[in-house]
Design a protein around this ligand. Structure first.
Ligand code: HPA
Ligand code: ZN
Length: 336
């Protein structure tokens, strides 16, 4: 609890950086492991939670890919997605733009359609039953070759009208945005929005590539832009949305202490920063816990917290009219 707990709870929010496979809670994971007769690297909940102690991105990714191996059927992907939507409805998340990692499932023999249809059905039911809207972003795994990304793009063709955009995630170091310049160029021509993880571990040069070589619509994380004053100026002038993830940053040792989160420095520099959960089941918190962590550690004031909520809708891929409706709802919530 912080002095801003009630405000954070009351604010409508959009989540713009969420990997659905990273919302896989160990309880549900163990249940599906049992149902699908697949072994996990841990036997008890305590063992699972003890394993969630990471020194860097790669240590997390190794466990993330091992955990998602128990997802086999359309029903599994439905249950995973549905659980996330129910959970964040409690946090007053009204809209989510969700990444999924099809290559991590297809290399285990799970067909693309099983993954996508399970997620899409849950998103559709979530909108009907919970009133939460959503968009899906297909992510390419950057540790794999660009040609594999082209193959995924081809195989996913029948579903293209159900994705708003594409993303780039997994191991950042050694896999710069420019490795995927042709693939992202093709995706842009096809009408997809472009997102890339950049500057989580990778240097400011990776953020520059994402901006200037790829022309991304959003930068995921973007932490290390704060090392490059000219880049900060560009991000301010362009009002590029950065999807920061405070508890993820802490968990993956991108920052040593939550007080080192760049969210306040980004706000002070006039950057269009948002707060998100990334992989909430692994990093110890959903949306409101991420808001609370930075509000508390960085002494954010009421206006800064409201600004973060507004940025989440402004930075979304909703239409201008939809954005305006959400922004008006925030004003109605915060009118004194
Ligand atoms: N970074 C890179 N790849 C990822 C992440 C992340 O935080 N979460 C899931 N895939
Ligand atoms: Zn991420």
């Amino acid at each position: 609890m912080t002095s801003h707990t009630d405000l954070i709870a009351a604010l409508p929010k959009a989540e713009l950086h969420l990997h659905i496979e990273g919302s896989f809670e160990p309880e549900q994971m163990m249940e599906l492991a049992e149902r699908n007769k697949i072994a996990l690297p841990f036997k008890t909940l305590e063992e699972a939670k003890a394993a969630y102690d990471f020194d860097n991105l790669q240590e997390f990714l190794d466990l993330y890919y091992a955990g998602m191996a128990v997802l086999q059927t359309e029903q599994d992907f439905y249950n995973l997605t549905s659980a996330y939507l129910h959970r964040v409805t409690q946090d007053n998340v009204r809209h989510v733009e969700m990444f999924f990692d099809p290559q991590a499932h297809m290399e285990r023999g799970v067909p693309f359609g099983v993954v996508a249809d399970g997620i899409l059905k849950a998103l559709s039911d979530g909108e009907k039953e919970l009133g939460i809207t959503s968009k899906l972003i297909m992510s390419f795994l950057r540790h794999l070759p660009e040609d594999d990304g082209f193959a995924l793009l081809e195989e996913s063709t029948p579903w293209h009208d159900r994705f708003v955009g594409v993303g780039l995630d997994s191991s950042e170091m050694g896999h710069p945005p420019a490795k995927f310049a042709k693939l992202f160029q093709r995706c842009r021509e096809m009408g997809f929005k472009l997102c890339m993880h950049a500057g989580e571990e990778g240097p400011p040069a990776y953020i520059r590539e994402a901006l200037f070589d790829i022309a991304v619509d959003r930068v995921d994380h973007g932490n290390r832009s704060m090392e490059d004053p000219a880049l900060i100026d560009h991000l301010r002038d362009s009002q590029m949305t950065l999807t920061n993830c405070p508890l993820s940053n802490l968990s993956l040792c991108v920052i040593d202490r939550i007080e080192d989160s760049p969210v306040k420095r980004m706000l002070d520099a006039g950057l269009h920063v948002t707060v998100n959960s990334d992989d909430p089941a692994y990093f110890g918190g959903y949306m409101n816990q991420n808001f609370e962590a930075v509000a508390d550690a960085l002494n954010l004031n009421r206006n800064e917290i409201i600004r973060l909520a507004k940025n989440s809708f402004e930075g979304s891929f909703l239409t201008d009219a939809e954005k305006a409706a959400h922004l008006a709802a925030i004003d109605a919530t915060t009118a004194t």
